[in-house]
Design a protein around this ligand. Structure first.
Ligand SMILES: [Zn+2]
Ligand SMILES: [Zn+2]
Length: 276
């Protein structure tokens, strides 16, 4: 009964030899979802042992290269691997044009449907649901239309479905993905009480002017948003290539929100079951 996030990349737009670009794999009870798809995502998935064929849906936050440049190779790999069922993709409306190009103009046609649903980056709405999970859009503040996502388990997890014993039922778990963005108190309100929050922390607070000018957040600001939201745990990531020692960013955030972890590449962050 896992509910966990694996970090494939923790870098931002400027390339760094020791960082990959943004992508997360969310595992909700052995159903896998990809969140953003930076350059190299296909290789990163191989490295952490998640087959692209397992991905049920892809959620894209915005159309900056470090969040979408991995889509074409991923789609190509799925075709080579024999995928025939539709791939659900969610993201800003303009993403549809990019997907049309991949599907129709890119040499060998893709043999499966790219089932794209545009997400309005200005509204908080339910964008996807199945029997075990809901996904809500979270409007963010960036230089281009950007949406975060709130992933929420639904339905009662019964003792039978969780363990072989018979303890009480468990409460649903949640994960908020907030990147890229200036700090947004409104977003904090929309994810109130979330168990696990990922918030970008591209810069240290000493570089806050850079953060403001580029539509990003500092580690301090990410921690303030986690505090405001009453999050259980904060993961910070999307680091500028200028920082070699990520512990400094972690310490900065921990001074405000002690339960902060750095999004180390390859690391998995789990939300454990809690009784109601
Ligand atoms: Zn970015
Ligand atoms: Zn961006």
């Amino acid at each position: 009964m896992r509910f966990e996030v694996t970090i494939l990349g923790n870098g931002s737009a400027s390339p760094a030899a020791d960082k990959h670009q943004t992508a997360h794999v969310l595992n909700v009870r052995e159903q896998f979802y990809l969140i953003d798809c930076g350059e190299g995502t296909r290789h990163r998935m191989m490295r952490v042992g998640v087959s692209p064929l397992k991905i049920r849906a892809v959620f894209i936050s915005h159309i900056h290269g470090d969040h979408v440049y991995g889509l074409a190779p991923l789609i190509s790999s799925l075709g080579l691997a024999g995928k025939r069922t539709p791939l659900k993709i969610f993201g800003p409306p303009a993403l549809g044009r990019l997907l049309d190009f991949f599907q129709n103009e890119f040499g060998q046609p893709v043999d499966f449907e790219l089932d794209f649903t545009p997400v309005d980056p200005t509204s908080h709405k339910l964008v996807y649901e199945n029997r075990s999970m809901e996904v809500w859009s979270i409007p963010l503040r960036h230089r281009t239309p950007t949406t975060g996502y709130l992933f929420k388990e639904i339905g009662t997890l019964t003792a039978d479905s969780a363990t072989q014993n018979r303890p009480p039922n468990y409460r649903p778990r949640s994960y908020a993905y907030l990147s890229d963005t200036l700090p947004s108190p409104k977003a904090a309100g929309l994810v109130k009480g979330v168990d696990l929050m990922y918030h970008e922390a591209t810069f240290a607070h000493i570089d806050r002017r850079l953060a403001r000018d580029t539509g990003h957040s500092t580690a301090t600001e990410a921690a303030r948003i986690a505090l405001k939201a009453g999050a259980g745990e904060l993961i910070i990531g999307h680091f500028s290539s200028r920082y070699k020692d990520l512990a400094l960013l972690e310490e900065e955030a921990r001074a405000i929100f002690p339960n902060t972890r750095v999004a180390a590449e390859g690391a998995t962050f789990s939300v454990s079951l809690k009784k109601t």
